[in-house]
Design a protein around this ligand. Structure first.
Ligand SMILES: [Zn+2]
Length: 170
């Protein structure tokens, strides 16, 4: 359970492709995947929103090539949340750390985004009925996310650094 900050004003009115809010502190951008899913990203900074949108679109395309069933949604929103660690999948929207989106390296950001997208894809097919088996659900999402990172990150040194960071703080 998370304590949500109040929605920024104008949040719900923003819609449509490549829309930017009139409030300079808020931005919402959206694009469609090649298979017709609308991906929207909401945050304070247009540059960071665009970074997340690029990573999300690329991750969607990689995952679509790995999973042989259609995504059971026609849109997913990403919401950048300040003072928040990591990410969380919620049906139809994903919250991610604004700080990771702003200062995190590409590998970690792609990994987090792809992991949360993967949960949407496999959700009803892999959701467990006991916390005892949560590792199964998380590990499938991780396996898919790592494949997205490897596909999208062409720099071998950065990829090795990301893999090492799974085990030690660097
Ligand atoms: Zn997860």
């Amino acid at each position: 359970m998370h304590n949500w900050p109040p929605w920024p004003s104008g949040f719900h009115e923003n819609c449509g492709a490549h829309h930017q809010s009139s409030n300079p502190l808020e931005s919402q951008l959206s694009r469609q995947t090649s298979f017709g899913v609308t991906v929207r990203v909401n945050g304070d900074s247009r540059a960071i929103v665009l970074r997340v949108l690029d990573c999300a679109l690329a991750s969607f395309e990689i995952l679509a090539g790995l999973i042989d069933v259609p995504l059971p949604l026609n849109k997913i929103d990403f919401i950048l949340v300040p003072e928040y660690d990591g990410g969380m999948e919620n049906w139809g929207h994903i919250t991610i750390s604004q700080s990771l989106a702003t200062t995190g390296d590409d590998a970690h950001l792609i990994y987090l985004i792809a992991h949360e997208i993967a949960h949407h894809w496999i959700g009803n097919r892999a959701t467990i009925d006991s916390w005892n088996y949560i590792c199964l659900q998380e590990d499938i999402a991780d396996w898919l996310a790592i494949k997205a990172v490897k596909a999208l990150l062409t720099d071998e040194i950065r990829l090795q650094r990301f893999q090492l960071a799974q085990y030690v703080e660097i």
